[in-house]
Design a protein around this ligand. Structure first.
Ligand code: PMP
Length: 362
């Protein structure tokens, strides 16, 4: 607290990211980073951009990057908005596209940044409980047909991740489409941070639905959490709304190195395909192996798994693993306090995690 703070700052309840340890030699399975490095073409592109031209501002519109992203999804650059990580993209989405005079709707167990943005922009929100299996039931997001006008009036927009975080559970495209089609008067945002690890993107629906916005990041499947690049795909009207906020905030969210690296990353389909398949294979093996140790592991379509053991509380397990130099993520939230979220590491790291779990459970 400081007497120099604004009244807004006093009220904020900021997001706390997973620990980024300063000590070496920890097995870091707590923030859903990719275990393998980015494409060599990314490193080369950043090296090539690392020259005297850094004295100049970057392209404020990141046009070339937006064109490269657009062509991958058979869209145009007018359908693409880019930002400094998808967290920044999401912040602008809350500011620009979700209504401020009706509650924004999202699941009770979901990305914990959503309520933080609502706090920052002084927006109301309503959470919808996941079912007892921690699955999202899309029927909960369909307004009652008899009461359509009032149901819409009460909703400022809908946002959820697919696959959901931190559960890893995904929805089928037809389910997503149902939500988008049933809520034509508000924007439906699908946060696809983890989609490349086994779920289906809703990007293919963008031409049909002007109220659909899909958000992606290069932090996960492109192995570039350190570069800070995220993007949104949607109708050009939505992108223009985002641009208005971005251009009232920071004209140059992506620097020259980030733009160069991101272009190379999107263009290297081979590296993308190989490295995401490696993570998927390890995830399936780790799910089986933890199951043999008595863990209940939710089926995951992401680069992490959400697991609990009948004899150990989540917090206890996380701290016992920490004592063995393995970081996993635990959330104190009531319904999921039994679980830990484990990022898929290399095969070797996952082997070490398994050994540590065996020792703890002995
Ligand atoms: N959405 C979800 C669901 C996430 O888990 C994360 C990562 N914390 C993000 C968005 C943001 O990722 P980034 O800002 O690195 O793009």
């Amino acid at each position: 607290m400081s007497r120099y703070w604004s009244s807004l700052v006093e009220q904020l309840d900021p997001y706390v990211p997973g620990e980024q340890p300063r000590v070496q030699n920890l097995i870091k399975l707590n923030t859903n980073e990719h275990p393998y490095g980015p494409s060599a073409r990314v490193i080369a592109a950043i090296a090539a951009a690392n020259n005297d031209s850094l004295r100049l501002y970057p392209d404020p519109t990141s046009l070339e990057l937006r064109q490269v992203i657009a062509s991958r999804f058979k869209l145009t650059a007018e359908h693409v908005f880019v930002g400094n990580g998808s967290d920044e993209v999401l912040a602008h989405v809350f500011h620009a596209l979700l209504k401020h005079d009706a509650p924004v709707v999202f699941p009770d167990i979901s990305y914990s940044f959503y309520p933080v943005y609502c706090g920052l922009y002084q927006m109301q929100f309503r959470t919808v409980p996941l079912d007892e299996n921690l699955c999202l039931d899309v029927e909960d997001y369909i307004p009652d047909t008899g009461d359509k006008a009032s149901a819409h009036a009460q909703t400022g927009g809908i946002i959820f991740p697919n696959p959901n975080a931190p559960t890893g559970r995904g929805l089928e495209l037809a389910q997503i489409e149902k939500v988008v089609a049933a809520n034509p008067d508000v924007v439906v945002v699908i946060d696809e941070a983890y989609v490349d690890f086994g779920a289906e993107s809703a990007a293919s629906l963008i031409a049909q639905y002007p109220n659909l916005l899909v958000v992606h990041t290069l932090s996960k499947s492109r192995s570039l959490a350190g570069l800070r690049v995220g993007y949104a795909l949607g109708h050009p009207d939505l992108v223009q709304g985002l641009d208005r906020v971005k251009n009232s905030f920071n004209s140059y969210p992506l620097d020259r190195l980030a733009q160069a690296g991101a272009i190379a990353a999107i263009q290297d389909e081979d590296h993308f395909e190989r490295s995401r398949q490696a993570v998927i294979r390890t995830r399936e093996q780790l799910t089986l192996d933890l199951g043999l140790l008595g863990f209940e592991v939710l089926p995951s379509q992401a680069n992490f798994i959400f697991a609990r053991h009948p004899t150990l509380a989540g917090e206890q397990l996380a701290s016992m693993l920490r004592a063995k130099n393995i970081l996993v993520r635990h959330f104190k939230t009531l319904r999921i306090a039994d679980y830990v979220r484990i990022t898929i590491g290399t095969d070797e790291q996952c082997g070490q995690l398994l050994e540590a779990c065996k020792e703890i459970l002995l």
